[in-house]
Write a protein that binds this ligand. Sequence first.
Ligand code: FAD
Length: 468
Amino acid sequence: GSGDVHGEVVVLGSGPGGYTAAFRAADLGKKVVLIERYSSLGGVCLNVGCIPSKALLHAAKVVAEAEEMGAHGISFGKPKVDAGELRGWKDSVVKQLTGGLAGLAKQRKVTIVEGFGRFSGKNSIEVEGENGKQTVTFDQCIIAAGSEAVKLPFVPHDDPRVVTSTGALELDPIPKKMLVLGGGIIGFEMATVYEGLGSEVTVVEMMDQILPGADKDIVKPLHKRMEKRLKAIRLKTKVTEVTAQKSGLKVTFEDEKGETSSETFDKMLVAVGRTPNGGRIDAEKAGVKVSDRGFINVDHQQRTNVSHIFAIGDTVGQPMLAHKAVHEGKVAAEVCAGEKRAFDARVIPSVAYTDPEVAWCGVTEEQAKKDGTKYKKGVFPWAASGRSLSNGRNEGITKLLFDPEDDRVIGAAIVGTSAGDLISEVALAIEMGADAVDLGHTIHPHPTLSETVNFAAEMFEGTITDLM
Ligand code: FAD
């Protein structure tokens, strides 16, 4: 048709993976087309993920801290929450970032095609937009279609009181009684938000801990604090039935002994994981193999089984995190431009932006035990950190794991204020092959929380005889 477009590199999806790939390819001289179904760029992360959730978590944190200052001689009144105004502020943060992306795309002469794309051949995508269909042809393509929240068959998802994370971020309304199904990162972050804004929140999790995947000792301080603030944290419990009633959502729980109970809630967030969008784009018409679960397999250069088609981000697998998508996007774009590049990260940090934050990277202690990986550890409890005591928040722990052969750092887990920021130092240490002495002898500013990394390394050094 007349509106048909050709790109040397066509990127399908404008999330962190997609926009990074598009911008990098354009910077390397490629003519780039970026296809996005929504009018706003930035994908899940900017629009309905990382960014809006952090804006709301900040609000919840201010509320909790103001309340806790009561014990140190400063009292505020009960907070008045204007959900509309808070939503407006959150939306303005998102808009500033997505608007910035649109500007960056324009600067680089990246052509944006709005609409839902599906492959129609080895070198073409059919895009269905508001004004009809358009064909986009390409020499090379990068699939960055992201993921979607998993819905449960026994939950009435069409009831407006049942939401996934996208709906939960709308704060419409802030309910009196809220159930969060799923104690993973997204579920627990949203539980923190709603608790801070005044809801009575129950979190239910099938596993025996919140934030499954993180070490139990590291999760404990978060559990302990939130157990007091939330209505309940129900572990080893399944939700088996949800019925929409006029008075609320009647939820049936089954605990580990098989005993059932039920309770009624005004709102329910289902946060049980995300499913890749690989199965919705007719990838097979281009010859690209998609797994039954919707994931697209790639090699270390992000190439699919079809050599001129690449895939990145949530669509290619776990961990489904923005920073992983970004790095894969760079690799794919650079390989498209003829560079010899590969995705070769030693560690991808995970962070729960709860209060306290929980962050980990590399080998976890529980995984090491399971795999029989030998390790030694250095642990520093924050009760001995001057800065955390002055913050009135000394519940943190910084734990480092070392290879017993050469004392190199192989993993870290941190719980406490700003743990998500603190983990970066250890990620760098692992990437650089640093050892305990490197971390222990690097001068950290005093008094900071970053010293806890330094101290944890020193705790470990204390077990080495040839030192100081
Ligand atoms: P996405 O961001 O999912 O983007 C895919 C884009 O492709 C979307 O814009 C979609 O509309 C578009 N698209 C898909 N199919 C088509 C099609 N056929 N045609 C046209 N367009 C299409 N990660 C972190 O690292 N840190 C966090 O703090 C964090 N917080 C989160 C909080 C929440 C509530 C959620 C839900 C997620 C969070 N994540 C976080 C995860 C993060 O959002 C994702 O890992 C990240 O967005 C993945 O990027 P992506 O580029 O692979 O895809």
